[in-house]
Structures are given as structure tokens and as C-alpha cells.
Design a protein around this ligand. Structure first.
Ligand SMILES: Cc1cc2nc3c(=O)[nH]c(=O)nc-3n(C[C@H](O)[C@H](O)[C@H](O)COP(=O)(O)O)c2cc1C
Length: 185
């Protein structure tokens, strides 16, 4: 009887331990979605000086996937002839985006949620009516709901295109192609 109680105790505390570790891991991993990473501006220049401008604002994900997707989108848009600025959302970013012909917003999805740092920034943005807008999300099993939620942050403005990246390494090639074709439209 004592042995059975000992085994039940070990199983119980083992299970509780695993649950605690899982909760700590999930909350640490997903905290990257609520962090303001500050100014991380990078520009892909065009030397002739007459180029149209594109802006990509994205929330980084813990494992770096969303950076890679954003960087490949940027390369594609740049190769289509645009000067491209990449940055992360936050208070440092200006909200008047009237100078940009293309604006891209992107976020990872954790626990069904897109980044509140990004949505807060999107809510504050003005002068988007003349830009083509691309929205993207990265995740493991995305559905259109996350992209629709992103679009709702723009108020009455509609996205030109929405795309989910959920295929691992192949997403980098897809992002480049998407950026290039989107800019060429
Ligand atoms: C704790 C946790 C929760 C997640 N929740 C979702 C989710 O609800 N929907 C989804 O599509 N992907 C989910 N994912 C997958 C992430 O969205 C995916 O990892 C994302 O593309 C960021 O990639 P990275 O963390 O490897 O950079 C989750 C991943 C983790 C670790």
C-alpha cells in the first residue's frame, strides 16, 4: 500500500513538474510578442535616388522566423525597384506613412494571438490610403482569422494582400517571391 502511494505521489508530482515547466516555457517563448524591441531600422537603398519607398514593420518572433520572412519580403520588394525600410513596431516609429507606396505589417501568432505591440502601432497609423498594403503572419497552423484581425487594426483601410507563412524553410523563398510580385503589381 505504501509503495502504491509512493508511486502515485511520484507520478503526480512528476506531472505537476512537467506542467509547470511547460507553462514557464510557453510564457517565456510567447513574451517576445509583447516586447517592444525599440528602433531596429535597416534600409535597403536604391542608388539612383528616384525610387519609390516601402516600409516593413514586423514583430520579431523568438526563434527568428519572422525576421527571416520580413527580410526576404524586403529583398523581393527591393529587387522590384523599391527602397525598403525594415523596423520593429513601437513608440519610436512615426505614424504618418504617406511617403510610402508599399506598407507591410507582420506578426507571429502565439496561442492564437498576434502581437499587441504591432496592433497598437497599426491603430495609430495615419495616411495609408495611397499605399498598397501587405499583411503577413507566421505560425504553425494559421487560419485566416489572424490575418483578418490584423486587417481590422487598419480601420476602414483594406489590405491589398494577406498571406500566412507556416511551412518552415520554404517560407523564405515564398516570402522573396511574394515581395517581388507584390511590388510589381
Ligand atoms: C508556445 C507556442 C504557441 C504557439 N501558438 C501558435 C498558434 O496559436 N497558432 C499558430 O499558428 N502557431 C503557433 N505557434 C507557432 C509560432 O507561431 C511559430 O513558432 C512562429 O512562426 C514563430 O516562429 P519562431 O518562434 O520559430 O521564430 C506557437 C508556438 C509556440 C512555441
Amino acid at each position: 500500500m505504501v509503495n502504491i502511494l509512493k508511486i502515485i505521489g511520484k507520478v503526480f508530482f512528476g506531472f505537476v513538474g512537467i506542467c509547470v515547466i511547460a507553462v514557464v516555457f510557453c510564457s517565456w517563448y510567447t513574451r517576445s510578442n509583447t516586447k517592444d524591441y525599440g528602433d531596429n531600422r535597416r534600409v535597403l537603398n536604391i542608388t539612383n535616388g528616384n525610387s519609390k519607398e516601402a516600409l516593413i514593420v514586423y514583430q520579431p518572433s523568438r526563434g527568428g522566423k519572422t525576421d527571416k520572412v520580413a527580410e526576404n519580403l524586403a529583398k523581393g520588394i527591393h529587387d522590384a525597384g523599391y527602397e525598403v525600410t525594415l523596423d520593429n513596431p513601437g513608440k519610436h516609429l512615426k505614424t504618418d506613412l504617406s511617403e510610402y507606396s508599399i506598407v507591410v505589417f507582420g506578426s507571429p501568432v502565439y496561442m492564437g494571438q498576434i502581437s499587441p505591440v504591432l496592433t497598437q502601432y497599426m491603430n495609430s497609423v495615419k495616411s495609408l490610403t495611397n499605399a498598397k498594403i501587405l499583411l503577413f503572419a507566421t505560425g504553425g497552423q494559421l487560419n485566416n482569422g489572424e490575418l483578418d484581425t490584423l486587417e481590422q487594426q487598419l480601420g476602414s483601410v483594406k489590405a491589398t494582400e494577406k498571406i500566412g507563412f507556416k511551412s518552415g524553410k520554404a517560407d523564405e523563398t515564398l516570402a522573396y517571391k511574394t515581395g517581388k510580385s507584390f511590388a510589381g503589381k
